[in-house]
Design a protein around this ligand. Structure first.
Ligand code: ATP
Length: 364
């Protein structure tokens, strides 16, 4: 997290973007507002088609909002064409020039801006150092690996020292191990340069690993903005709780709420304490979300009785799928201990113990 919340680098105000007309009209963005702070690693996370790329393209200036405005450090950027915005983009496809060397690719944008030769060379050297590619300066980009190409694309985008760097699924073409490495690398680059990164992904793990804050999007809307912890541990809506990690959902009656903690009665008759989502409006019936790892299966006691339907061993942990006596299914995730199985058999009677305040009352 940045030491203190900084100024807003980008402010998106009530932006809508419509494509097509009549019956075929699509609201790619539907009244979206969000403020992204200076020096922040900010991620737009959501499933395919939710509007992430559209929002990035509007910030870059490749397209214009149907309604609303986008401010950069308080200034409306609508009149600025893309090349005049202090914003640069790294695309999924890298878009490098294969016949040029690594160094030439990195310096290309600066040369186009008419920078003096000595300045271009100094920036190229600094960028090569930043992405740890000094040794490959004179190699053509057609002769380097995918991970190395990704570093060159990043160096090229960072070379003109943009205020904001937009990254559209830049790691999706890399294999798993390289992607993990590049996640750490990207975070380091963002830290060292202090540039605001706006990163687009549909991969929740990637978002949780790298971001200072995440905006979860669905069907052209931003549903929740918060730190990875907020989004994972305090999901406001069912979509967020379901899209990020695994959740159990249970119907519940919500009693008294004090300091953001509610007394909640489950269908089993058990009463538990639960945190309440921001924006929750009191109603008779609500849904609570409970993460499988915040629960344990026990032989006696527990708040939810049921019977074991399936036990899935996953190396680091075991998932115990339970049919609840009160209806519905529930998954418990337990960490595995050395030389000890979870000990439950299919068909066995079991109780589910829910950790204090592990449940979250959702607002929808
Ligand atoms: N130029 C266009 N013309 C018509 N519809 C479009 C256009 N661009 C995007 N859309 C539609 O707008 C919606 C949002 O698209 P967008 O590309 O922003 O989603 P996304 O979240 O980035 O998806 P993905 O992860 O698949 O790239 C989709 O329904 C898409 O089909």
């Amino acid at each position: 997290m940045p030491a203190a919340p900084g100024r807003n680098a980008i402010e998106v105000r009530s932006v809508s973007k419509l494509f097509g007309t009549g019956e075929a009209q699509v609201a790619a963005l539907d009244n979206v507002s969000v403020a992204i702070r200076e020096n922040e690693f900010f991620t737009l996370l959501g499933p395919s088609g939710c509007g992430k790329t559209t929002l990035l393209r509007l910030i870059a200036g490749f397209d214009y909002p149907t309604e609303g405005e986008i401010l950069l450090y308080g200034q409306d950027i609508a009149p600025l064409p893309p090349f005049k915005r202090p914003v640069n983009t790294v695309f999924q496809s890298y878009a490098l020039f294969p016949h040029m060397t690594v160094g030439q690719n990195i310096g290309f944008g600066l040369e186009m801006l008419g920078k003096p030769k000595a300045e271009v060379e100094a920036r190229v050297s600094a960028m090569l150092k930043l992405v740890r590619m000094e040794a490959l300066k004179d190699r053509r980009t057609s002769q380097i690996s995918g991970g190395q190409q990704q570093r060159v694309a990043l160096a090229r985008a960072l070379a003109p020292q943009p205020k904001v760097l937009l990254l559209d699924e830049p790691l999706s073409a890399l294999d798993y191990k390289l992607r993990k490495e590049m996640q750490i690398e990207l975070k380091r680059l963002q830290n060292e340069t202090g540039i605001t990164f706006i990163f687009v992904t549909h991969d929740q793990e990637e978002a949780l690993t790298m971001s200072d804050r995440i905006a979860v999007m669905s069907s052209g809307r931003i549903l929740q903005v918060g730190s990875p912890w907020d989004i994972y541990d305090r999901p406001a809506e069912r979509f967020v709780a379901d899209f990020i990690g695994d959740s159990n959902f249970l119907p519940a009656a919500v009693g008294a709420i004090e300091n953001g903690i509610a007394r909640v009665k489950l269908l089993s008759g058990a009463e538990i304490s639960a945190t309440v989502a921001e924006g929750y409006q009191p109603k008779a019936e609500a849904t609570v979300a409970i993460r499988p790892e915040h629960t344990t299966a026990v032989r006696t006691g527990g708040q939810l009785p049921g019977s074991v339907e399936n036990v899935v061993y996953l190396g680091t942990d075991t998932h115990i799928h339970i049919k609840l006596d009160s209806g519905g299914n529930f998954t418990v995730r337990q960490q595995n201990m050395r030389s000890q199985s979870c000990g439950f058999e299919v068909g066995e009677r079991v109780g589910i113990q829910i950790a204090a305040n592990a449940a979250q009352v959702l607002k929808d």
